[in-house]
Write a protein that binds this ligand. Structure first.
Ligand SMILES: [Zn+2]
Ligand SMILES: [Zn+2]
Length: 410
Protein backbone atom coordinates (compact mmCIF):
# COMPACT_ATOMS: atom_id res chain seq x y z
CA UNK A 1 0.00 0.00 0.00
CA UNK A 2 3.05 2.23 0.27
CA UNK A 3 2.90 2.99 -3.47
CA UNK A 4 -0.46 4.76 -3.02
CA UNK A 5 1.24 8.17 -3.41
CA UNK A 6 2.52 7.19 -6.89
CA UNK A 7 -0.96 6.40 -8.19
CA UNK A 8 -2.56 8.59 -10.85
CA UNK A 9 -5.28 10.90 -9.48
CA UNK A 10 -8.38 9.01 -8.42
CA UNK A 11 -9.93 7.50 -5.33
CA UNK A 12 -7.21 6.28 -2.99
CA UNK A 13 -7.49 2.78 -1.60
CA UNK A 14 -8.34 2.80 2.11
CA UNK A 15 -5.48 2.12 4.56
CA UNK A 16 -5.14 -1.56 5.37
CA UNK A 17 -6.40 -1.20 8.92
CA UNK A 18 -9.59 0.48 7.73
CA UNK A 19 -10.20 -1.80 4.80
CA UNK A 20 -13.94 -2.05 4.20
CA UNK A 21 -14.77 -5.72 4.34
CA UNK A 22 -18.23 -6.47 3.09
CA UNK A 23 -20.41 -8.79 1.15
CA UNK A 24 -19.31 -10.38 -2.07
CA UNK A 25 -20.36 -9.36 -5.56
CA UNK A 26 -23.39 -11.36 -6.65
CA UNK A 27 -23.50 -13.17 -10.01
CA UNK A 28 -24.85 -11.14 -12.94
CA UNK A 29 -28.51 -11.50 -13.94
CA UNK A 30 -27.44 -13.31 -17.13
CA UNK A 31 -25.40 -15.85 -15.16
CA UNK A 32 -28.31 -16.54 -12.82
CA UNK A 33 -30.82 -16.76 -15.69
CA UNK A 34 -28.67 -19.27 -17.60
CA UNK A 35 -29.18 -21.87 -14.88
CA UNK A 36 -32.79 -21.18 -13.91
CA UNK A 37 -34.88 -24.34 -13.71
CA UNK A 38 -36.84 -24.97 -16.91
CA UNK A 39 -34.04 -24.02 -19.30
CA UNK A 40 -32.78 -27.58 -19.64
CA UNK A 41 -29.26 -26.90 -18.44
CA UNK A 42 -29.55 -28.68 -15.10
CA UNK A 43 -30.97 -31.90 -16.60
CA UNK A 44 -28.51 -31.62 -19.50
CA UNK A 45 -25.45 -31.33 -17.29
CA UNK A 46 -26.65 -34.14 -15.03
CA UNK A 47 -27.31 -36.43 -18.00
CA UNK A 48 -23.97 -35.69 -19.68
CA UNK A 49 -21.97 -36.03 -16.45
CA UNK A 50 -23.64 -39.29 -15.41
CA UNK A 51 -23.42 -40.64 -18.98
CA UNK A 52 -19.69 -39.97 -19.32
CA UNK A 53 -19.07 -41.40 -15.83
CA UNK A 54 -21.09 -44.53 -16.64
CA UNK A 55 -19.18 -45.12 -19.86
CA UNK A 56 -15.84 -44.73 -18.08
CA UNK A 57 -17.13 -47.00 -15.29
CA UNK A 58 -17.92 -49.75 -17.81
CA UNK A 59 -14.40 -49.36 -19.26
CA UNK A 60 -13.02 -49.95 -15.73
CA UNK A 61 -14.94 -53.24 -15.66
CA UNK A 62 -13.70 -54.32 -19.09
CA UNK A 63 -10.05 -53.28 -18.71
CA UNK A 64 -9.22 -53.37 -14.97
CA UNK A 65 -5.46 -53.64 -15.45
CA UNK A 66 -5.32 -50.45 -17.48
CA UNK A 67 -7.87 -48.31 -15.65
CA UNK A 68 -8.22 -49.34 -11.99
CA UNK A 69 -6.21 -48.94 -8.78
CA UNK A 70 -4.93 -51.92 -6.79
CA UNK A 71 -5.65 -50.32 -3.37
CA UNK A 72 -9.20 -49.42 -4.35
CA UNK A 73 -9.93 -52.85 -5.82
CA UNK A 74 -9.30 -54.28 -2.33
CA UNK A 75 -11.58 -51.73 -0.68
CA UNK A 76 -14.78 -52.13 -2.70
CA UNK A 77 -16.97 -55.01 -3.76
CA UNK A 78 -17.84 -55.50 -7.41
CA UNK A 79 -21.54 -55.90 -6.50
CA UNK A 80 -21.62 -52.44 -4.88
CA UNK A 81 -19.99 -50.85 -7.91
CA UNK A 82 -22.47 -52.56 -10.26
CA UNK A 83 -25.31 -51.11 -8.17
CA UNK A 84 -23.75 -47.63 -8.36
CA UNK A 85 -23.27 -48.00 -12.11
CA UNK A 86 -26.93 -48.99 -12.50
CA UNK A 87 -27.98 -45.78 -10.70
CA UNK A 88 -25.71 -43.52 -12.79
CA UNK A 89 -26.83 -45.17 -16.05
CA UNK A 90 -30.55 -44.94 -15.26
CA UNK A 91 -30.02 -41.36 -14.04
CA UNK A 92 -28.23 -40.41 -17.25
CA UNK A 93 -31.01 -41.83 -19.44
CA UNK A 94 -33.81 -40.31 -17.34
CA UNK A 95 -32.27 -36.82 -17.23
CA UNK A 96 -31.31 -37.12 -20.92
CA UNK A 97 -34.86 -37.95 -22.02
CA UNK A 98 -36.27 -35.16 -19.84
CA UNK A 99 -33.72 -32.75 -21.33
CA UNK A 100 -34.46 -33.78 -24.94
CA UNK A 101 -38.21 -33.48 -24.35
CA UNK A 102 -37.77 -29.84 -23.32
CA UNK A 103 -35.79 -29.11 -26.52
CA UNK A 104 -33.65 -26.52 -24.72
CA UNK A 105 -29.92 -27.07 -24.40
CA UNK A 106 -30.66 -30.51 -25.85
CA UNK A 107 -27.07 -31.07 -26.95
CA UNK A 108 -26.07 -31.91 -23.38
CA UNK A 109 -28.87 -34.46 -23.10
CA UNK A 110 -27.80 -35.96 -26.44
CA UNK A 111 -24.22 -36.37 -25.14
CA UNK A 112 -25.58 -38.07 -22.01
CA UNK A 113 -27.82 -40.43 -24.00
CA UNK A 114 -25.04 -41.29 -26.47
CA UNK A 115 -22.60 -42.15 -23.68
CA UNK A 116 -25.26 -44.15 -21.82
CA UNK A 117 -26.08 -45.99 -25.07
CA UNK A 118 -22.41 -46.83 -25.61
CA UNK A 119 -22.15 -48.01 -21.98
CA UNK A 120 -25.18 -50.30 -22.50
CA UNK A 121 -23.67 -51.70 -25.73
CA UNK A 122 -20.50 -52.57 -23.81
CA UNK A 123 -22.52 -54.51 -21.22
CA UNK A 124 -23.87 -51.78 -18.91
CA UNK A 125 -23.83 -52.67 -15.22
CA UNK A 126 -23.55 -56.35 -16.16
CA UNK A 127 -20.31 -55.86 -18.09
CA UNK A 128 -17.89 -58.73 -17.53
CA UNK A 129 -14.76 -58.08 -15.53
CA UNK A 130 -11.76 -58.32 -17.87
CA UNK A 131 -8.53 -60.15 -17.10
CA UNK A 132 -6.45 -58.51 -14.40
CA UNK A 133 -2.67 -58.36 -14.14
CA UNK A 134 -2.15 -57.34 -10.46
CA UNK A 135 1.54 -56.60 -11.04
CA UNK A 136 0.78 -53.57 -13.23
CA UNK A 137 -0.18 -50.06 -12.06
CA UNK A 138 -3.39 -48.70 -13.63
CA UNK A 139 -4.47 -45.18 -14.51
CA UNK A 140 -6.80 -44.79 -11.53
CA UNK A 141 -9.96 -44.04 -13.48
CA UNK A 142 -11.99 -45.82 -10.77
CA UNK A 143 -10.47 -43.47 -8.17
CA UNK A 144 -11.37 -40.45 -10.34
CA UNK A 145 -15.01 -41.57 -10.70
CA UNK A 146 -15.56 -42.58 -7.07
CA UNK A 147 -13.83 -39.44 -5.80
CA UNK A 148 -16.00 -37.25 -8.03
CA UNK A 149 -19.21 -38.97 -6.90
CA UNK A 150 -18.26 -38.94 -3.20
CA UNK A 151 -16.94 -35.34 -3.17
CA UNK A 152 -19.95 -34.03 -5.07
CA UNK A 153 -22.39 -35.98 -2.88
CA UNK A 154 -20.90 -34.99 0.48
CA UNK A 155 -19.88 -31.41 -0.16
CA UNK A 156 -22.82 -30.27 -2.30
CA UNK A 157 -24.98 -31.54 0.58
CA UNK A 158 -22.94 -29.45 3.07
CA UNK A 159 -23.00 -26.43 0.75
CA UNK A 160 -26.78 -26.60 0.61
CA UNK A 161 -27.09 -27.07 4.40
CA UNK A 162 -24.59 -24.38 5.47
CA UNK A 163 -23.99 -22.14 2.44
CA UNK A 164 -21.54 -19.29 2.88
CA UNK A 165 -22.91 -17.64 -0.29
CA UNK A 166 -26.52 -18.87 -0.70
CA UNK A 167 -26.85 -16.94 -3.98
CA UNK A 168 -24.13 -19.04 -5.64
CA UNK A 169 -25.69 -21.83 -7.73
CA UNK A 170 -24.17 -25.33 -7.82
CA UNK A 171 -24.00 -24.92 -11.61
CA UNK A 172 -22.01 -21.69 -11.30
CA UNK A 173 -19.90 -20.05 -14.05
CA UNK A 174 -16.80 -22.06 -15.12
CA UNK A 175 -17.95 -25.22 -13.33
CA UNK A 176 -17.27 -27.25 -16.48
CA UNK A 177 -13.69 -25.86 -16.62
CA UNK A 178 -13.09 -27.12 -13.07
CA UNK A 179 -14.57 -30.53 -13.93
CA UNK A 180 -12.01 -30.73 -16.76
CA UNK A 181 -9.26 -29.88 -14.23
CA UNK A 182 -10.59 -32.53 -11.85
CA UNK A 183 -10.30 -35.17 -14.56
CA UNK A 184 -6.98 -34.02 -16.04
CA UNK A 185 -5.23 -33.80 -12.65
CA UNK A 186 -6.44 -37.24 -11.60
CA UNK A 187 -5.19 -38.70 -14.88
CA UNK A 188 -1.86 -36.84 -14.57
CA UNK A 189 -1.39 -38.39 -11.12
CA UNK A 190 -2.24 -41.79 -12.60
CA UNK A 191 0.52 -41.32 -15.19
CA UNK A 192 2.91 -40.14 -12.44
CA UNK A 193 2.23 -43.31 -10.44
CA UNK A 194 2.83 -45.49 -13.50
CA UNK A 195 5.99 -43.59 -14.46
CA UNK A 196 7.45 -43.53 -10.94
CA UNK A 197 6.56 -47.11 -10.04
CA UNK A 198 9.52 -48.35 -7.98
CA UNK A 199 11.76 -45.50 -9.13
CA UNK A 200 11.19 -42.73 -6.57
CA UNK A 201 11.91 -44.81 -3.43
CA UNK A 202 15.22 -45.99 -4.91
CA UNK A 203 16.22 -42.38 -5.65
CA UNK A 204 15.80 -41.24 -2.02
CA UNK A 205 16.69 -44.42 -0.16
CA UNK A 206 20.08 -42.95 0.85
CA UNK A 207 18.22 -40.50 3.14
CA UNK A 208 16.19 -43.15 4.97
CA UNK A 209 16.99 -43.39 8.68
CA UNK A 210 15.92 -46.74 10.13
CA UNK A 211 15.94 -45.45 13.74
CA UNK A 212 13.66 -42.56 12.86
CA UNK A 213 11.25 -44.86 11.01
CA UNK A 214 11.23 -47.31 13.96
CA UNK A 215 10.41 -44.40 16.31
CA UNK A 216 7.55 -43.28 14.00
CA UNK A 217 5.98 -46.73 13.62
CA UNK A 218 6.30 -47.19 17.41
CA UNK A 219 3.86 -44.30 17.93
CA UNK A 220 0.11 -44.92 18.15
CA UNK A 221 -1.74 -44.32 14.87
CA UNK A 222 -3.14 -40.95 15.96
CA UNK A 223 0.38 -39.83 16.92
CA UNK A 224 1.74 -40.86 13.53
CA UNK A 225 -1.07 -39.01 11.74
CA UNK A 226 -0.39 -35.80 13.69
CA UNK A 227 3.32 -36.12 12.89
CA UNK A 228 2.55 -36.58 9.18
CA UNK A 229 0.25 -33.54 9.20
CA UNK A 230 2.94 -31.34 10.83
CA UNK A 231 5.77 -32.61 8.59
CA UNK A 232 3.84 -32.49 5.31
CA UNK A 233 2.42 -29.04 6.01
CA UNK A 234 5.80 -27.55 6.88
CA UNK A 235 7.00 -28.62 3.42
CA UNK A 236 3.75 -27.50 1.79
CA UNK A 237 3.88 -24.10 3.49
CA UNK A 238 7.26 -23.26 1.97
CA UNK A 239 6.45 -24.72 -1.45
CA UNK A 240 3.27 -22.66 -1.49
CA UNK A 241 5.09 -19.52 -0.37
CA UNK A 242 7.66 -20.05 -3.13
CA UNK A 243 4.81 -20.24 -5.67
CA UNK A 244 3.75 -16.78 -4.55
CA UNK A 245 7.17 -15.18 -4.22
CA UNK A 246 9.16 -16.57 -7.19
CA UNK A 247 7.82 -14.84 -10.34
CA UNK A 248 7.91 -17.81 -12.73
CA UNK A 249 6.37 -20.12 -10.14
CA UNK A 250 3.61 -17.58 -9.61
CA UNK A 251 2.62 -17.94 -13.27
CA UNK A 252 2.10 -21.64 -12.64
CA UNK A 253 0.24 -21.16 -9.36
CA UNK A 254 -1.88 -18.24 -10.65
CA UNK A 255 -3.96 -20.87 -12.43
CA UNK A 256 -5.14 -22.15 -9.02
CA UNK A 257 -5.98 -18.58 -8.02
CA UNK A 258 -7.85 -17.76 -11.23
CA UNK A 259 -11.11 -19.22 -9.95
CA UNK A 260 -13.64 -16.53 -9.05
CA UNK A 261 -16.21 -18.84 -7.46
CA UNK A 262 -15.21 -20.92 -4.47
CA UNK A 263 -16.89 -24.28 -4.02
CA UNK A 264 -16.23 -28.03 -3.58
CA UNK A 265 -14.53 -28.39 -6.97
CA UNK A 266 -12.78 -24.99 -7.22
CA UNK A 267 -9.59 -26.39 -5.62
CA UNK A 268 -9.22 -28.85 -8.50
CA UNK A 269 -8.15 -25.97 -10.71
CA UNK A 270 -4.40 -26.46 -10.50
CA UNK A 271 -1.87 -26.45 -13.33
CA UNK A 272 -0.89 -30.05 -14.11
CA UNK A 273 2.81 -29.25 -13.59
CA UNK A 274 2.04 -27.87 -10.14
CA UNK A 275 0.06 -31.00 -9.26
CA UNK A 276 3.01 -33.17 -10.28
CA UNK A 277 5.57 -30.99 -8.40
CA UNK A 278 3.44 -30.87 -5.25
CA UNK A 279 2.78 -34.60 -5.08
CA UNK A 280 6.42 -35.45 -5.67
CA UNK A 281 7.72 -33.02 -3.03
CA UNK A 282 5.13 -33.87 -0.35
CA UNK A 283 5.81 -37.56 -0.93
CA UNK A 284 9.36 -37.07 0.37
CA UNK A 285 8.67 -36.30 4.07
CA UNK A 286 5.96 -38.98 4.14
CA UNK A 287 8.31 -41.56 2.66
CA UNK A 288 11.25 -40.65 4.90
CA UNK A 289 9.13 -40.81 8.07
CA UNK A 290 7.99 -44.30 7.04
CA UNK A 291 4.64 -44.44 8.89
CA UNK A 292 2.47 -47.54 9.12
CA UNK A 293 0.06 -48.18 6.23
CA UNK A 294 -2.94 -47.48 8.50
CA UNK A 295 -1.56 -44.08 9.56
CA UNK A 296 -0.75 -43.15 5.97
CA UNK A 297 -4.28 -44.13 4.85
CA UNK A 298 -5.86 -41.97 7.59
CA UNK A 299 -3.59 -39.06 6.63
CA UNK A 300 -4.40 -39.37 2.90
CA UNK A 301 -8.18 -39.43 3.51
CA UNK A 302 -7.92 -36.49 5.96
CA UNK A 303 -5.79 -34.46 3.53
CA UNK A 304 -8.12 -35.19 0.59
CA UNK A 305 -11.27 -34.23 2.53
CA UNK A 306 -9.70 -31.08 3.96
CA UNK A 307 -8.51 -29.96 0.51
CA UNK A 308 -12.08 -30.07 -0.79
CA UNK A 309 -13.56 -28.60 2.41
CA UNK A 310 -11.36 -25.47 2.57
CA UNK A 311 -12.37 -24.45 -0.97
CA UNK A 312 -16.06 -25.23 -0.48
CA UNK A 313 -18.90 -22.76 -0.24
CA UNK A 314 -19.54 -23.87 3.36
CA UNK A 315 -20.04 -21.24 6.06
CA UNK A 316 -20.34 -23.71 8.94
CA UNK A 317 -19.30 -21.92 12.19
CA UNK A 318 -16.05 -23.60 13.25
CA UNK A 319 -15.63 -22.09 16.75
CA UNK A 320 -12.11 -22.30 18.21
CA UNK A 321 -11.27 -25.07 15.69
CA UNK A 322 -10.62 -22.34 13.12
CA UNK A 323 -7.38 -21.47 14.94
CA UNK A 324 -6.21 -25.10 14.90
CA UNK A 325 -7.08 -26.49 11.47
CA UNK A 326 -7.50 -24.77 8.13
CA UNK A 327 -11.12 -23.91 7.34
CA UNK A 328 -13.06 -22.49 4.37
CA UNK A 329 -12.80 -18.99 5.87
CA UNK A 330 -9.00 -19.31 6.22
CA UNK A 331 -8.40 -20.59 2.69
CA UNK A 332 -11.02 -18.34 1.10
CA UNK A 333 -8.91 -15.43 2.35
CA UNK A 334 -5.93 -16.99 0.59
CA UNK A 335 -7.93 -16.92 -2.67
CA UNK A 336 -9.16 -13.36 -2.18
CA UNK A 337 -8.01 -10.49 -4.34
CA UNK A 338 -8.91 -8.06 -1.54
CA UNK A 339 -5.67 -6.19 -0.96
CA UNK A 340 -4.89 -6.99 2.71
CA UNK A 341 -5.29 -10.73 2.12
CA UNK A 342 -2.92 -11.06 -0.84
CA UNK A 343 0.02 -13.43 -0.15
CA UNK A 344 -1.33 -14.69 3.19
CA UNK A 345 -2.57 -18.03 4.63
CA UNK A 346 -0.26 -20.48 2.86
CA UNK A 347 -0.81 -23.47 5.15
CA UNK A 348 -2.80 -26.43 3.86
CA UNK A 349 -3.60 -27.95 7.27
CA UNK A 350 -2.23 -25.83 10.14
CA UNK A 351 -2.79 -22.06 10.48
CA UNK A 352 -0.03 -22.27 13.11
CA UNK A 353 2.62 -22.12 10.38
CA UNK A 354 1.22 -18.86 8.99
CA UNK A 355 1.12 -17.42 12.48
CA UNK A 356 4.75 -18.50 13.09
CA UNK A 357 6.06 -17.18 9.77
CA UNK A 358 4.05 -13.93 9.76
CA UNK A 359 1.54 -14.56 6.98
CA UNK A 360 -1.64 -15.21 8.99
CA UNK A 361 -4.78 -13.29 7.96
CA UNK A 362 -8.10 -13.94 9.68
CA UNK A 363 -10.05 -10.74 10.33
CA UNK A 364 -12.67 -11.90 12.84
CA UNK A 365 -15.80 -13.21 11.21
CA UNK A 366 -15.21 -11.36 7.91
CA UNK A 367 -15.06 -13.15 4.59
CA UNK A 368 -13.59 -11.84 1.30
CA UNK A 369 -15.40 -9.58 -1.13
CA UNK A 370 -13.61 -10.67 -4.30
CA UNK A 371 -11.82 -13.81 -5.49
CA UNK A 372 -9.38 -14.40 -8.32
CA UNK A 373 -6.15 -12.84 -9.58
CA UNK A 374 -5.74 -9.13 -10.15
CA UNK A 375 -4.61 -9.68 -13.73
CA UNK A 376 -7.20 -11.94 -15.28
CA UNK A 377 -5.95 -15.22 -16.80
CA UNK A 378 -7.26 -16.88 -19.99
CA UNK A 379 -10.52 -18.68 -19.27
CA UNK A 380 -9.85 -22.03 -20.98
CA UNK A 381 -7.90 -25.11 -19.88
CA UNK A 382 -5.30 -24.87 -22.65
CA UNK A 383 -5.08 -21.07 -22.37
CA UNK A 384 -4.27 -21.50 -18.69
CA UNK A 385 -1.92 -24.40 -19.44
CA UNK A 386 0.15 -22.07 -21.64
CA UNK A 387 -0.10 -19.08 -19.28
CA UNK A 388 3.09 -19.70 -17.22
CA UNK A 389 5.13 -19.88 -20.43
CA UNK A 390 3.94 -16.54 -21.82
CA UNK A 391 6.65 -13.91 -21.72
CA UNK A 392 4.35 -10.90 -21.53
CA UNK A 393 2.09 -12.09 -18.74
CA UNK A 394 1.62 -9.73 -15.79
CA UNK A 395 2.60 -10.74 -12.28
CA UNK A 396 -1.10 -10.92 -11.47
CA UNK A 397 -1.11 -10.46 -7.71
CA UNK A 398 0.28 -8.21 -4.98
CA UNK A 399 3.11 -6.82 -7.09
CA UNK A 400 0.66 -5.78 -9.77
CA UNK A 401 -0.34 -2.93 -7.48
CA UNK A 402 -3.66 -1.92 -6.07
CA UNK A 403 -7.04 -3.33 -7.06
CA UNK A 404 -7.79 -0.12 -8.95
CA UNK A 405 -4.69 -0.52 -11.12
CA UNK A 406 -5.37 -4.16 -11.71
CA UNK A 407 -9.02 -3.81 -12.64
CA UNK A 408 -8.02 -1.07 -15.07
CA UNK A 409 -5.63 -3.49 -16.72
CA UNK A 410 -7.79 -6.61 -16.78
ZN1 LIG B 1 -1.72 -19.76 -3.35
ZN1 LIG C 1 -6.76 -23.13 -2.94
Amino acid sequence: MSEASELPPGPEPPPESEYAYGERRTPTAAQVAAFEPGRGRISGYLSATLGVMSLLGVLCFLYPTLFTTAELREAYEVGQIRFLLRITLIGSVAFGLFNMARLQNARLGAVGLLCAGAAFLLGGWQAEVGTLDPTKVGLGLDWLLLDLLASAGLFIFLEKLFPRYPDQAILRPELSLDVVYFGMNHLALGFLLIASNGFAPAAVDWAVNAELQAFVTGLPIWGQVILLVFAADLVQYWIHRAYHEVPWLWGLHAVHHSTEHMDWIAGSRTHILQTLFDRTLVFLPLYLLGPSKEALDVYVVYAALLAVFIHSNVGLPMGPLKWIITTPQFHHWHHSSDQPAIDTNYAAYLPLYDWLFGTFHMPDAHWPIKYGTLTRLPRTFWGQFAYPFQRDRGRGDADAGTPEEASAGS
